[in-house]
Design a protein around this ligand. Structure first.
Ligand SMILES: [Zn+2]
Ligand SMILES: [Zn+2]
Length: 259
């Protein structure tokens, strides 16, 4: 075990001890959390950017110009084809391969800071805080999920980072909803340059065949979990691989979406 890994392990052991025995503080403002709050206090969650923006239920984006009848936070619908919440023009024209996108907040301050500290600072407790606040979105959507599937990282990135932040977030959600996390259903077949370094047109090509799904995904209603959704092309590539494995209808659940 290298020193960095040991330090991370020691820090996560301390955190799980502290989580249990010390008064818990909000990950953003440090206010002591109420018994019905988890990870982030309610005022901080309510103040997150884009919390009250009506979103297209299919892609999670706020369409230019409000859509009448759209629901703040992004919600159920169309997906299940039940409530008929209106989709944005882009989704009506070329629907993404998932039926529903649930978004906790826009990718902007201060949630960008949490995601960054989780991913690059190894602050794994933040995955639990984000997961705790993402779980109610899925619950409220009524989406009938069989399991959560975190977007996988390549082996090389896992080796450098030591963990997959999407897996850690999915575990936080799964714990709260009693849903299994099935990381084994989706694998990254090769390393791809970070999407953020590429122009939009390059992103799709970058991800072609980057994922492979297990035949065990067949027929399952899955929820893809990721930390940040930018253009959506990573989730689309993951969804395409699951589609090839004959998975059932898919939803996406992300902590933050680039507005
Ligand atoms: Zn707070
Ligand atoms: Zn849309």
């Amino acid at each position: 075990m290298d020193r960095r890994h040991f330090a991370r392990l020691a820090s996560s052991t301390w955190r799980s001890f502290a989580d249990r025995w010390l008064p818990r503080g909000c990950a953003l403002c440090d206010a002591t959390l109420g018994s019905n709050e988890d990870g982030l206090c309610s005022p901080c969650v309510d103040a997150l950017p884009g919390r009250s923006t009506p979103r297209c239920p299919r892609c999670g984006l706020a369409p230019r110009g409000a859509i009448p009848g759209a629901i703040p936070g992004a919600i159920s619908d169309a997906a299940a084809g039940q409530t008929g919440a209106p989709q944005c023009a882009a989704c009506r024209h070329a629907p993404p391969p998932f039926e529903l996108t649930l978004v906790l907040a826009d990718y902007a301050a201060p949630i960008d800071r949490l995601v960054h500290a989780l991913k690059f600072g190894g602050e794994l407790a933040l995955a639990g805080a984000l997961g705790a606040r993402m779980a109610p979105l899925l619950e409220a959507s009524g989406w009938p999920a069989d399991a959560l599937v975190p977007v996988p990282l390549g082996a090389e990135r896992i080796a450098t980072r030591g963990f997959n932040q999407s897996m850690a977030i999915a575990q936080g959600i799964g714990r709260r909803l009693g849903l299994p996390v099935r990381g084994g259903l989706l694998a990254r077949t090769r390393e791809t340059p970070a999407q953020s370094t590429l122009a939009l047109a390059e992103r799709r090509g970058n991800l072609t065949d980057a994922f492979r799904a297990s035949p065990a995904a067949a027929g399952l209603r899955l929820v893809l979990v990721d930390d940040v959704m930018t253009s959506g092309s990573t989730l689309e590539a993951a969804a395409a691989a699951l589609g090839t494995a004959a998975a059932g209808p898919l939803a996406a659940l992300v902590a933050a979406r680039t507005p």
